[in-house]
Design a binder for this molecule. Structure first.
Ligand code: MGD
Ligand code: MGD
Ligand code: SF4
Ligand code: MO
Length: 687
């Protein structure tokens, strides 16, 4: 029989701003090729070094394809294959008994963004856990603090269209590693550059993006707010501000002027560890080159004053009236724009619960939560899906101690045997994106992506929605909302979208004006309609009304003794072949990236007797990691006082089964529900 090839359109589901369009070639039910959809306006036919090999992931011999029950000690990774009926029976019986003995709130859901698809990320899970009356998952490893921080000034999270960056003449990439983390924006930046735009990167690390910039400013971590205040100081001092914009569309310029008067370039230079010239020329560029576009993502939210960073950054465009022009303004996540066509509130069905308030539990503090004996009730059953907290959440060794608890029943839905899954009592096999249908709202551009199912699920794996339907049935629940099918869930959440067109082209632009100039004429979603340079509601929640840099912001590690732990630990995304923890367990990806390491500045290494290639221990009071030292004599990524340990490695690929989050801070950020991962202090010694 001749083989028949057909093409199925899809969209990458990964937690990545690019949400690339793809096409899968399918032959006799087998996916034989996956490549970028050249029609996609943002990704334009390219994928990335992670997803170029997506089919190896789908067909990996390491995929979990059947339900598993644990046979060895927790963490051993020893399991036996069981039937779906057996697995559902074990889980339903245990969850019923937890609810009877301790109440529904003894059940904790922990779901992250393993898929960002509309229905596979969050839909029937909400209904299932509402019905159970479980604790409610709150806070976020990603984005929440950035979103709220910007809203404190703008009144809403809405910002400029990232694709408009191509019309800019001055581009500030502030606390974002575009070429690594948002790679499909780079061609738009190059377009702007070909028309004369200047590109500035502001990052404590000399990232691959910094290497490609025209100007690189390298402040000490956590000091950016001081830099922003000094920029405002200079703009006002040298009368480079747009008085008309400020007067018509903002509140509090006079108070802000007083506030920044004290932030002389010299003072900021001392705090930030950069030169006065750097600050003067950055401010002058910002005050004189138009249109100017500030691009940021989430790097700087992972700090205790993360919200203040985004609140202050979003004031800058007000001073120069940058919102007026296409190619001007400020862009962060644009995910909130999806609300014009997508209403995910339909997935919340409060009537499924008996009406009682459900206890909030922070996903960021999962380590503290699982070890807290004073919680009433303590957590007795944990459901993990779309995530790998033992690698991705902070203070990971505390999480490990929680997962080791014999009285904790842990259920994990996964594609692979992750560090977290090794601690499960029962594992359910999850589909990959090409085995399920979904719609993907993006946070890095304004297109909604369609994802058609390309092949039948491998083995006995199921989409997340199907898992929640099966669990609801096993629990003996009857409400029809718990069993809604995928097509119906999608249709109920979309409005004003031509579904046929979406399916045929693979994407549609959100129903927004072609020229998205959200604040060209004010229109901020604040009470006064003006941007809140001063925000009078903040003191009531413990934040200053004006953008403020508190001395010491740069030194917070959640650890008291700066003498014992003098180095600031940077742990951002660093590898082009890793996507959070989702690829480093696969041979090609890990082998190509080499061994886990820490990078030190030559001066910090020399004073500790450490040379390039030495085995070293990176430690603080939360934990320790044994890694190989990288010490560059020039052109390194870190400056003195910093140490870089990359994020994304999984325990199975490190020397002691531990990853960088063994060391990181799990204190909450100032506002919004984020966590201060990056405010972590450590010491390094040779072993
Ligand atoms: N290849 C690859 N791409 C990815 C991911 C991945 O794991 N791998 N992850 C995806 C996800 S989930 C997200 S949220 C995005 C994140 O995208 P980004 O926000 O761009 O990435 P991060 O690595 O979190 O942080 C960006 C930069 O912030 C810097 N930074 C840290 N602290 C400070 C500070 O105090 N001031 C300043 N100015 N900069 C600071 C870090 O050094 C880092 O270079 O990337 C997505 N894309
Ligand atoms: N130190 C440090 N820590 C960080 C960060 C950092 O920069 N530094 N970044 C933070 C950020 S921005 C983020 S977003 C988080 C990411 O944290 P997580 O969301 O936990 O990210 P992943 O490790 O990629 O885990 C996703 C898991 O979901 C699984 N998965 C994928 N698709 C599906 C599906 O359809 N169904 C099911 N059931 N499972 C699926 C994948 O196999 C994978 O194991 O990490 C945070 N942690
Ligand atoms: S991970 Fe990001 S860059 Fe790679 S294909 Fe998916 S959306 Fe595109
Ligand atoms: Mo993220």
């Amino acid at each position: 029989m001749a083989s028949e090839t057909h093409i199925v359109l899809g969209t990458c589901h990964h937690d990545c701003p690019d949400s690339c369009g793809w096409e899968v070639s399918v032959e006799n039910g087998v996916a034989v090729k996956l490549r970028g959809n050249s029609e996609h306006p943002f990704s334009q036919g390219e994928l990335c070094p992670k997803v170029n090999r997506f089919l190896e992931r789908v067909y990996s011999p390491e995929r979990i394809l059947y339900p598993l029950a644990r046979t060895g000690p927790k963490g051993s990774g020893e399991f036996r294959q069981i039937t779906w009926d057996e697995a559902l029976g074990i889980v339903a019986e245990r969850v019923h008994s937890v609810i009877n003995d301790f109440g529904g709130e003894a059940v904790m859901p922990w779901g992250s963004a393993g898929t960002q698809g509309l229905i596979q990320m969050n839909s029937l899970d909400r209904r299932f856990f509402t019905k159970i009356g479980s604790s409610r998952q709150v806070d976020s490893l990603c984005g929440a603090t950035a979103k709220v921080g910007a809203s404190l000034t703008l009144g809403s999270p809405l910002s400029s269209d990232p694709m408009d960056i191509e019309f800019s003449q001055l581009i500030l990439l502030w606390g974002t590693n575009t070429r690594l983390a948002n790679r499909h924006l780079w061609p738009f930046i190059e377009k702007a550059r070909s028309r004369g735009a200047k590109v500035v990167v502001i990052d404590p690390l000399r990232t691959m993006t910094a290497e490609s910039a025209d100007v690189f400013v390298q402040p000490l971590p956590g000091t950016d707010v001081a830099l922003m205040l000094a920029m405002m100081h200079i703009l006002i001092r040298d009368n480079l501000v747009d008085h008309d914009y400020l007067e018509k569309y903002t509140d509090g310029f006079d108070e802000l002027s007083v506030q920044v008067a004290q932030w002389t370039p010299l003072r900021a230079a001392q705090v930030c560890g950069i030169s006065v010239d750097d600050i003067e020329s950055l401010a002058h560029d910002y005050g004189t080159i138009r249109p100017s576009f500030i691009r940021t993502l989430i790097g700087a939210e992972h700090r205790q004053h993360g919200a203040m960073f985004f609140r202050t950054l979003s004031c800058l465009p007000m001073l120069v009236g940058a919102w007026r022009e296409k190619g001007g303004g400020f862009a962060r996540s644009v995910g909130s724009y999806a609300a014009v066509n997508v209403d995910d509130s339909v997935f919340t069905v409060d009537s499924l619960s008996a009406g009682q308030e459900r206890r909030p539990l922070s996903m960021n503090e999962i380590g503290q939560v699982l070890n807290d004996e004073n919680l009433d009730p303590t957590v007795k059953a944990l459901f993990v899906y779309n995530g790998n907290p033992l690698v991705t959440a902070p203070n990971a060794e505390l999480i490990r101690r929680g997962l080791e608890r014999e009285d904790l029943f842990t259920v994990v839905s996964e594609q692979f045997m992750t560090d977290t899954a090794r601690y499960a009592d029962v594992i359910f096999p999850a589909c990959t994106q090409i085995e399920q249908v979904d719609v993907v709202p993006a946070w890095g551009h304004l297109y909604l992506g369609w994802n058609e199912k390309a092949i039948e699920p491998l083995g006995e794996s199921v989409p997340n929605t199907e898992l929640w339907r099966r669990l609801a049935l096993a629990m003996g629940f009857l409400e029809p909302e718990l069993f809604e099918d995928d097509e119906s869930l999608i249709a109920s959440a979309l409005h004003d979208v031509d579904l046929d067109q979406l399916r045929t082209t693979g994407f549609v632009r959100l129903s927004l004006p072609e020229d998205l100039l959200p604040y060209a004429q004010g229109g901020f979603a604040t009470a006064t309609g003006k941007a809140a340079l001063i925000n009078h509601s903040l003191p009531a929640v413990g934040m200053p009304a004006l953008p403020t840099y508190e001395v010491g912001d740069e030194m917070r590690g959640g650890i008291n003794s700066q003498d014992m732990y003098p180095l600031s630990l940077m742990s951002p995304k660093t590898h082009v072949r890793f996507l959070n923890s989702s690829y480093s367990h696969l041979a090609h990806h890990c082998d190509a990236e080499g061994e886990m390491y820490c990078e030190l500045d030559l001066s910090d290494a020399t004073s500790r007797g450490i040379q390039d290639g030495d085995q070293v221990r990176v430690f603080n009071e939360r934990g320790s990691l044994d890694v190989v030292a990288q010490v560059k004599s020039s052109g390194g990524r870190v400056r003195s006082g910093l140490v870089l340990v990359p994020f994304g490695w999984v325990g199975a690929r490190t020397k002691d089964m531990k990853t960088v989050n063994a060391l990181t801070n799990d204190q909450a950020a100032d506002f919004g529900g984020g966590v201060a991962f990056y405010d972590t202090m450590v010491q390094v010694e040779k072993i």
